[in-house]
Design a protein. Structure first.
Length: 559
């Protein structure tokens, strides 16, 4: 055997051996060369396309499951590498995920003539819809021939030579059904064009076209004739607009009730709720709202957390039984910053400003399985480019904006997508609530974060000023969870305090955004940054705690 053939044989043998997997426990797929998947869900993630959607993470955690990854298409190849590319593009991942853009050039519109092809497909679909509508109209509205010879007469030209009879008695053969359809389509077009006065022109297509048009008619009556609208202040009337062409369609689906926070503001004409875009009407002050902190409570809460940490004391069997019953871990607490010496009864802003503010870490706050579960929830929801809070609009809502100073990706664990009430997220929210003594309803939805190498979040403060006067009140505490170890970098740094917390899987860091004596006002010393990840991958989760109930106002767009 020649040397070249011998080496080819060896290479082929190695490739064959690599395909022979050996099970090592429940959670690992291993190859003969020693590489192993380090997570039991790797095969599931592979089927979901994560090898292409999150290649850096998957090649490190699931090297065996992703061993047969295809190469990305070449520049001149207009094709997708994975069957999920189309769905990822619909979720705007072409704009937020460079890996999707790389492996899905067809769905992401990176090939020549894609826009033309897409436009052609849309036109074909629209033409098919019109053809279907014509068929329906031919079968309805009594548009038919009254005599069996109508078709023959029409072919002989009788529709033109004998119109008085033919156009009445042979309407179908003489093409009068299309006239009926065109008239109805003209009426619908005229109706929809009137919606331009109240924002984006509405559209009505498909099976719910008639129901959508009914909503449009009802909306126009409300906007043009109703005292409920006409009696509103001019500024409110001028700012009450449909902000999407599908507002009336969504209203037909009853989304005005199902998704109030969005619909009653962004689609106020369609929902007939123009009065609610005035935030003072929509979100009046709640005099009976119970604050999470009174002056002096902040120091007491942190001191209690330090004193009662189960990992900082000797536990009895009964202690451990109670912890297990309450699904509490044996976490230990370290103080990185805090008042040097104070009286719990002393409340003084001058003293607050001279003392160091609290920063504590809770090691083993989460189990490995809980961390992995939260990471998976992020993948299930879909990680997208993180955004900052933008400018406040007339209706009290705020824009979100991409920033060069924040390059991470995040996924929101909400009630609406079913994540917040799932077993692990709910358990974690309850655990934080028990430790702080603040109801879980005061917490925003968990924001699950993913930082790849080089990604960071520049120095910022979590306090959002406009929320000071909102029903939820301002953010008063941040509970940040580390869901993975990080090979290098990725720390949480407090530049004004000289404190940097190192990521560690299962660790949490807790700090206030406000003063002990004035828990409604921001303590600007608590500015912090997420340092760049230098090696590996960082997963984390934010829980922002508010002065008052956050969840109930969120449902009606008041935060």
């Amino acid at each position: 055997m020649s040397s070249a053939n011998r080496w080819r044989t060896i290479a082929a043998f190695k490739s064959l051996v690599f395909l022979v997997f050996v099970k090592q426990g429940i959670s690992q797929e291993c190859a003969a060369n020693g590489d192993c998947d380090s997570h039991e869900r790797c095969p599931v993630w592979k089927d979901e396309g994560e090898c292409y959607r999150s290649p850096l993470y998957m090649k490190r955690v699931c090297p065996v499951s992703c061993y047969d990854m295809k190469q990305p298409p070449r520049r001149n190849e207009c094709k997708d590498t994975h069957e999920s590319c189309h769905n990822w593009s619909k979720d705007a991942e072409c704009e937020t995920n460079n890996s999707v853009k790389k492996y899905c050039p067809l769905s992401c519109g990176r090939c020549t003539n894609i826009s033309e092809n897409t436009s052609s497909r849309k036109n074909e679909a629209r033409d098919a819809e019109k053809d279907s509508a014509r068929t329906v109209m031919d079968e309805t509205n009594s548009c038919k021939d009254d005599h069996e010879n109508c078709a023959g007469w029409a072919d002989a030209g009788e529709c033109e030579t004998n119109p008085n009879y033919m156009l009445n008695s042979c309407r179908k053969s003489c093409g009068q059904c299309k006239t009926v359809l065109n008239k109805i389509e003209d009426d619908s077009t005229a109706l929809l064009s009137r919606t331009a006065k109240f924002g984006v022109v509405q559209s009505a297509h498909g099976n719910l076209k008639e129901k959508t048009l009914d909503k449009v008619k009802s909306m126009l009556d409300y906007m043009e004739k109703s005292d409920d609208y006409l009696s509103l202040p001019t500024k409110i009337r001028n700012n009450c607009q449909n902000n999407n062409e599908l507002c009336s369609f969504w209203a037909a689906l009853d989304e005005c009730k199902k998704n109030m926070a969005f619909m009653k503001i962004q689609c106020a004409p369609a929902c007939q709720t123009c009065h609610l875009i005035d935030i003072s009407t929509r979100c009046p002050k709640l005099p009976d709202a119970i604050p999470a902190l009174k002056p002096g409570d902040l120091n007491s809460i942190f001191q209690r957390i330090v004193d009662t940490a189960p990992g900082n004391r000797t536990l009895t069997d009964e202690d451990r039984r109670l912890l297990a019953t309450s699904e509490m871990t044996e976490y230990s607490v370290s103080v990185h910053s805090g008042p040097s010496d104070y009286s719990l009864g002393e409340v003084n802003i001058g003293r607050d400003k001279n003392d160091r503010p609290w920063i504590i870490t809770l090691d083993n706050f989460l189990t490995d399985k809980e961390c992995d579960s939260m990471i998976q929830h992020g993948f299930d929801v879909g990680y997208k480019r993180s955004e900052d809070v933008g400018a406040q609009k007339f209706d009290g809502t705020v824009d979100s904006t991409k920033s060069k100073g924040r390059t991470s990706e995040n996924a929101w664990c909400t009630t609406r997508n079913g994540c917040r009430e799932d077993v692990v997220p709910k358990r974690i929210l309850d655990r934080m609530s028990n430790i702080m003594g603040i109801p879980p309803q005061n917490s925003e939805d968990l924001q699950i974060l993913k930082y790849e190498v080089g990604q960071f979040y520049n120095t910022h403060h979590d306090y959002i000023p406009h929320q000071k006067t909102r029903q939820c009140g301002p953010r008063i505490l941040t509970f940040f969870l580390y869901l993975s170890d990080v090979e290098a970098g990725g720390g949480t740094d407090f530049p004004d305090l000289g404190v940097t917390v190192t990521p560690k899987k299962g660790r949490a860091v807790l700090w206030p955004s406000v003063y002990n004596s004035e828990p409604i006002n921001a303590d600007m010393r608590m500015r912090h940054q997420a340092l760049p990840v230098n090696a590996g991958l960082k997963f984390g989760a934010n829980a922002w705690i508010h002065m008052f109930d956050y969840q109930a106002p969120q449902l009606i767009g008041c935060n």
